[in-house]
Design a protein around this ligand. Structure first.
Ligand SMILES: [Fe+2]
Length: 251
């Protein structure tokens, strides 16, 4: 049982989840889907390729009265449940993607909050399709912690805990994610291994030294409740120029 001001979550079998007693309808991501981004794609066999690594529950609304606020502000709230599982030497991770530009020079940002378990968010600022990365951040987060994916950063989430990872996100409804760069370059510029080591991905030329970060985004109650209380505070999700420069430029 996971209790937050926005609601009561209960984890079920097969990465299922209920919110205030109602089962949510999700979309699975299978192990075979991650083949292009695994450090060791040969880990996938006919026997394990159909394993569900994580379930994505999109456009979750606790109360139908909240739907209008999300629609008016072009924002959705998603929940993801990730299994605790080892992909050869990598803990379970998401496929990874980049967001398109919202305004010239700034791609859409995104806000995550860990609800249960422990995550590391691997953020990288990619300059071109040849894999030139100017900054690589590994941001650690535990229950209640919120992490901003700043404009112009691609992101991968790794479940580094011993249990399932449950995380939520607020994101614009005005774009579709682009998985292409991560597939073409076989994952992020570093692979996070189970012992916490960041191993360079040889497909990236000269990646920058990784930076471990604990920087969090301020949350009052939880990102859902905060959004419903003051949706205008999240206008930056569609207009990244509204984010303070410290978040655009990072540390
Ligand atoms: Fe994203």
């Amino acid at each position: 049982m996971i209790n937050y001001p926005f609601g009561r979550l209960e984890l079920g079998e097969n990465l299922g989840i209920t919110l205030n007693g109602t089962p949510l309808k999700g979309e699975p991501r299978f192990l075979r889907d991650l083949k292009p981004v695994l450090r060791n794609p040969e880990f996938i066999t006919d026997q394990n390729s159909g394993k569900v690594l994580y379930m994505m529950y999109r456009s979750v609304v606790v109360d139908p009265m909240h739907s209008e606020a999300f629609r008016m502000h072009s924002v959705r709230f998603d929940i993801t449940v990730m299994d605790s599982y080892l992909l050869d030497r990598e803990p379970n991770k998401t496929l990874g993607h980049v967001h398109p530009e919202a305004v010239p020079g700034f791609s859409y940002p995104e806000l995550y909050q860990v609800l249960h378990g422990r995550a590391v968010y691997l953020l990288q600022r990619l300059h071109d399709s040849r894999g030139r990365v100017s900054e690589f951040l590994a941001v650690e987060a535990g229950p209640g912690d919120a992490v901003l994916i700043p404009p112009n950063y691609g992101h991968v989430t790794v479940n580094v805990g011993e249990c399932q990872l449950v995380m939520a996100n607020l994101v614009s409804t005005r774009f579709s994610s682009n998985y292409g760069p991560y597939k073409e370059l076989r994952g992020a510029s570093y692979y996070l291994l189970k012992d916490g080591v960041l191993e360079p991905n040889p497909n990236y030329p000269d990646p920058p030294k990784p930076i471990w970060s604990k920087v969090k985004y301020p949350v009052s109650k939880d990102i859902y409740t905060d959004f419903i209380c003051c949706p205008k505070s999240y206008a930056f999700l569609n207009d990244p120029t509204r984010i303070g420069m410290r978040y655009c430029q990072r540390q």
